[in-house]
Write a protein that binds this ligand. Structure first.
Ligand code: NAP
Length: 523
């Protein structure tokens, strides 16, 4: 198994409990995955921690105490370490070990795995738990190497504290990572210049200490709460219901009142106010305009506010959950540079050049995201039957079946990858679902005397077509997001995650298992 983030930790626990010998190979010197790597100022989860946490162990979910509504990165990392200790996982985790190659040996029906320092392993099954957002995207800016100050990427942040005091900081990128760190850097830096290619929708997190009454209420029936969440499209948020009518079927006053109520609650609740926000462009515009109204009310300079107002549908790119983001642009030391029409021309030794002007900087922050879904796998020398490289298999987009498997790559399972609801689900809910399914599948193979399971090419083609058909019924194709690969120059524009909702997806996976792994070839 590759990766000791939240996916790898639970996979190790579950598969070991199923009687399998499991070894986890982790490139980092620590468990924690995303929460090990993404340690920029303000990094915290955007789904409430009582929901973004494991449900597989009742004692764990009862005993662990989150200090805030949305846990910070250090607390999430402590949680990952606690889980590793509590379930005695460390003895089967090999740290500082990056998997560089995995080849399927057809004669022996097993995987031969190699690390970058030449160690090797043999495995019947391989679980890729490397996370869909683990390959940082560093744009190929001219002159980047000649920049004289530090260049920090949000997803490969230094482990020692970064002192922004007295510095002129340039920051590129206004997705979730940029939106979280901009207010905190602005408080410390002498100046902060933000280079924005696409304006972001950000909703207030309303973070704060966890309300003990709410915690007690949820913990009184945690299993029931988790079950209700699993019936939600996103796998979380069951405490709030959408309005029974579509957005445009209610009066303006009623609509604004509900949007305002959700804005006050904070987080993703705004997108759940009405059922059609993500499927009807006119309904979506009502919600989008509500947020633009908030931006115009918060940001004092109308010209800056106008630049901060997004024009694409809300939720089309992942909604950002913030603390003081728009307010930051009222500070005298913060400048917003719009690079939507004139891209960054180059990085100079002491600044960033855009629109023919050099903006001085002695520290450059890249909050420029990830080569999502495909990047983590295609960077490995991963070869299935006939030596087929995953890069070649996925040249036109990430073919897969159920998001979990790839035809031609027997006994390989990919967690929270393309074709699953991963990006639209609370990821730990997705992880637990995937791993439970994988454990059951491996058990079925053993019970039926089969050595390998492999998606059929037909099942795979139909699945990918279905993922794209479902996306066509939503607002998602109407912007350039990492869901579409549109953030990476040259990447095929294919909608990768499944937008059909977690319950339908889980039911489909269960049905496939009930039908003796329909769509798979087993030998
Ligand atoms: P992202 O959403 O992909 O944002 C990257 C930003 O960099 C975008 O504003 C993008 O502009 C900009 N950018 C990329 N290349 C550029 C270029 N050549 N010139 C100028 N701007 C450029 O990445 P992210 O913020 O790291 O977030 C990725 C995902 O990670 C999130 O959507 C979320 O799922 C997860 N995440 C979650 C949290 C959390 O709150 N828990 C925090 C961080 C990340 P365009 O939009 O124009 O491409």
């Amino acid at each position: 198994m590759t990766g000791a983030g939240f996916g790898g930790l639970y996979a190790l626990h579950k598969l070991r409990a199923s009687g399998l010998a499991v070894r986890v190979l982790e490139a980092a010197p620590s468990v924690g995955g995303t929460w090990w790597a993404n340690r920029y100022p303000g990094a915290r989860v955007d789904i409430q921690s009582l929901e973004y946490s494991y449900s597989f162990s009742e004692p764990l979910q009862q005993q662990w105490r989150w200090s805030e509504r949305y846990a910070s990165q250090p607390e999430l990392l402590r949680y990952a370490n606690h889980v590793a200790d509590r379930f005695e996982l460390r003895r089967d985790i090999v740290l500082n070990t990056r998997v560089s190659a995995a080849h399927f040996d057809e004669a022996a029906a097993c995987w031969r795995v190699r690390s970058d320092v030449g160690r090797s392993w043999r495995a019947r099954f391989i679980v890729m738990a490397i996370g869909p957002l683990s390959t940082p995207n560093t744009p190929a800016f001219d002159g980047l190497d000649a920049f004289t100050g530090p260049v920090l990427h949000s997803a490969a942040w230094p482990h020692e504290p970064v002192d922004f005091g007295g510095r002129d900081v340039a920051l590129v990128g206004t997705g979730s990572s940029g939106v979280q760190m901009i207010p905190l850097i602005a408080e410390q830096a002498r100046t902060l210049t933000v280079f924005q290619r696409t304006a972001a929708y950000a909703v207030p997190a309303r973070n704060g200490p966890l309300d003990p009454e709410r915690e007690a209420r949820i913990k009184a029936d945690y299993a029931g709460f988790r079950a209700r969440n699993r019936r939600m499209r996103a796998g979380f948020g069951s405490e709030l219901s959408p309005h029974p009518l579509p957005t445009l079927a209610v009066t303006d006053a009623e609509r604004q009142a509900l949007f305002e109520e959700r804005w006050q609650i904070g987080g993703f609740s705004l997108l759940g106010a009405f059922v059609d926000t993500l499927t009807d462009l006119r309904a979506n515009e009502a919600c989008a305009e509500f947020v633009r109204g908030k931006i115009r009310a918060i940001v004092r300079d109308p010209a800056v506010a106008a630049r901060l107002c997004p024009t694409h549908p809300i939720g089309c790119k992942r909604l950002c959950v913030d603390t003081g983001y728009y307010d930051t642009y009222n500070r005298a030391n913060v400048t917003l540079v719009d690079v939507s029409r004139a891209p960054i021309e180059r990085i100079a030794p002491h600044g960033v050049v855009s629109g023919g002007r050099e903006h001085r900087a002695d520290l450059l922050v890249l909050a420029t995201g990830f080569d999502a879904f495909t990047g983590p796998l295609t960077r490995i020398d991963l070869r299935g039957r006939g030596g087929l490289h995953i890069r070649d298999k996925w040249r036109g987009g990430p073919l897969n079946y159920l998001g979990l498997t790839v035809a031609g790559f027997p006994n390989l399972f990919n967690l929270v990858g393309p074709g699953s609801t991963s990006a639209f689900t609370s990821v730990i809910t997705a992880i637990e679902h995937h791993i439970d399914w994988i454990a059951e599948c491996i058990g079925w193979l053993a019970a039926h005397g089969r050595q390998t399971l492999e998606a059929s090419a037909d099942a795979e083609a139909q699945w990918v077509a279905r993922v794209n058909q479902i996306a066509e019924q939503t607002v998602y194709p109407h912007c350039n997001s990492w869901y579409l690969g549109a953030n990476i120059p040259g990447k095929p524009r294919i909608f990768m995650p499944l937008a059909g909702g977690f319950p339908a997806y889980a039911e489909r996976c269960a049905a496939v298992a009930r039908d003796g792994y329909a769509g798979f070839v087993t030998r």
